[in-house]
Design a protein around this ligand. Structure first.
Ligand code: TYC
Length: 168
């Protein structure tokens, strides 16, 4: 069926979705394309899909990405969140005890936390006098690995040295 030109065409009402009802109505199809701001190729795709049930028409980029309204053709400007996020940081702390040898603590600080001999000595003495001291600040997994390494080394050497992490 080819419908009459305006204004008598009953199909000239507000377009509805999907386009399937208009596959034989050239006039209304073109009117609709104009309103939707689509090219005739779009109608062609749609008609082919109607003739092949189950075949899907590919949505436009704007429609797929949620930036447009496929009924009105209006596009929306959406504010996108920046994709990079800073990792949560954790402080790794050494706790004092009365039994772990000072030299062992210094070696742990050099080996696990890559401190110079001087920095390791300074941190060890700080922990020794204050009870607790910071060895470094790292993202979660790194901090966790360091704590595990310290605790494993201490246990293997039968020292009661304690190492913990806390969210910054
Ligand atoms: N207090 C310990 C001692 O006198 C030394 C020590 C320092 C132990 C720091 C643990 O985290 C520590 N032998």
């Amino acid at each position: 069926m080819v419908c009459n030109p305006r204004p008598s065409c009953a199909h000239d009402a507000v377009p509805t979705w999907p386009l399937t009802a208009r596959k034989n109505c050239l006039h209304n199809g073109l009117t609709m394309l104009r309103r939707l701001n689509r090219s005739p190729a779009f109608l062609n795709d749609t008609l082919q899909a109607d003739n092949h049930p189950g075949r899907r028409v590919r949505a436009s980029r704007a429609d797929r990405e949620g930036g447009g309204d496929s009924k009105t053709g209006a596009s929306t400007i959406t504010k996108t969140k920046p994709r990079t996020q800073r990792p949560n940081l954790y402080r790794v702390l050494l706790l004092n005890d009365d039994y772990t040898p000072m030299e062992f603590v210094v070696l742990v600080l050099q080996d696990v936390f890559n401190k110079s001999r001087e920095d390791a000595m300074r941190i060890m003495l700080h922990v020794h006098t204050k009870g607790v001291g910071e060895c470094g600040i790292y993202p979660y997994e790194v901090a966790e690995t360091k704590v595990t390494r310290v605790m494993d080394t201490a246990r293997k050497n039968q020292h009661p040295l304690q190492c913990v992490m806390e969210k910054k």
